[in-house]
Design a protein around this ligand. Structure first.
Ligand SMILES: O=c1ccn([C@@H]2O[C@H](COP(=O)(O)O)[C@@H](O)[C@H]2O)c(=O)[nH]1
Length: 291
């Protein structure tokens, strides 16, 4: 256990905290993606003030009611330093509501630079540190070591891109090495090694899109053996629903944290409507994954 510097209490490992949150609230993560079109639809300006109103309204509406929140860093970064300040406040507000915050920044670089990303997103005392970070393994899984070590040392987690929800990802993720092992399968087995023996779930998760159909099987990717959380974007706006979740994840379905951003956010700006949209999505994914 690591110590939470805010409360002084013990912080359980991320995988354990997320498993408890999924059991309590249902396996839904609400993505906070303040696209310009959504800001406009909510009657907000496409600036840092509009961004703050939008993002904190989502946290107020659904924080404490869903398993996780996932702010999309790009849509804060596009507002420059003021956008990053809003991202910091959103991370703090989500955590204060007791909801794990997954910062979707998809960082990946050589190991020495990954140290910097680890400091920024995965260490106590950094205002950009949530509960987990999405990371990209395409500089080699080993390059992620600084991020993984920082996460595990502080009760945080990572989600490593494995089989992403976009069709372009297949070109890289389905490729096979000279032994016939796919890139996706290799990434999953690296995560499985790190999560081996951890109960109920390890803290090294994977990103596996809800839109990928039979790609786990066709690439030889053993999702159950990962023994870690599977963040599944693609629900809602990208077209996946309950049937797709059941098909994609099969026996690994209890590890899945389904993620929907625009599918929920389109219900705003009214807080009650946002809450109702999240509750409906949560109940759908719970039926598909836990029924
Ligand atoms: O494979 C991936 C990895 C990440 N994402 C991110 O999830 C959300 C999806 O938003 P929706 O509005 O629910 O489509 C977005 O932030 C993506 O960057 C993904 O879609 N697929």
């Amino acid at each position: 256990m690591s110590v939470d510097p805010t409360t002084g209490g013990a912080r359980a490992p991320f995988g354990e905290r997320l498993a408890a949150a999924m059991d309590e609230h249902g396996p839904l993560c609400v993505g906070i993606d303040p696209h310009p079109g959504l800001l406009s639809a909510w009657g907000l300006a496409d600036d840092a003030t509009g961004l703050r109103e939008f993002a904190l309204r989502v946290v107020d509406a659904v924080g404490g009611r869903v398993a996780a929140l996932k702010p999309q860093a790009a849509l804060f970064e596009r507002h420059g330093s003021r956008g990053l300040a809003v991202l910091e406040d959103v991370i703090a507000a989500g955590r204060a509501a007791g909801t794990p915050v997954i910062v979707d920044a998809k960082r990946g670089d050589i190991g020495s630079t990954m140290e910097g990303y680890a400091d920024a997103f995965l260490r106590d005392g950094s205002p950009l540190a949530g509960d987990a970070l999405t990371v990209s393994p395409y500089l080699g899984f080993g390059s992620l070591r600084p991020a993984i070590e920082a996460a595990l040392a502080s009760g945080r987690g990572v989600f490593v891109l494995c089989l992403t929800s976009n069709t372009e990802g297949e070109q890289v993720q389905h490729a096979r090495d000279e032994d016939g092992v796919s890139v996706a399968a290799r990434i999953a087995s690296e995560a499985a090694l790190l999560n081996h023996g951890v109960d109920p779930l390890g803290s090294v998760g994977l990103v596996v899109g809800a839109t990928i159909g039979g790609a786990a099987a066709s690439t030889g990717t053993d999702l159950t053996a990962v023994n870690g959380p599977l963040l599944a974007p693609g629900v809602g706006a990208q077209g996946a629903g309950a049937a797709e979740l059941a098909q994609v994840f099969g026996a690994a379905r209890r590890q899945v944290l389904a993620s929907s951003s625009r599918g929920v956010l389109a219900a705003g700006p009214d807080a009650g409507a946002l809450r109702a949209a999240a509750a409906a999505a949560s109940s759908d994914v719970r039926a598909a994954l836990r029924g």
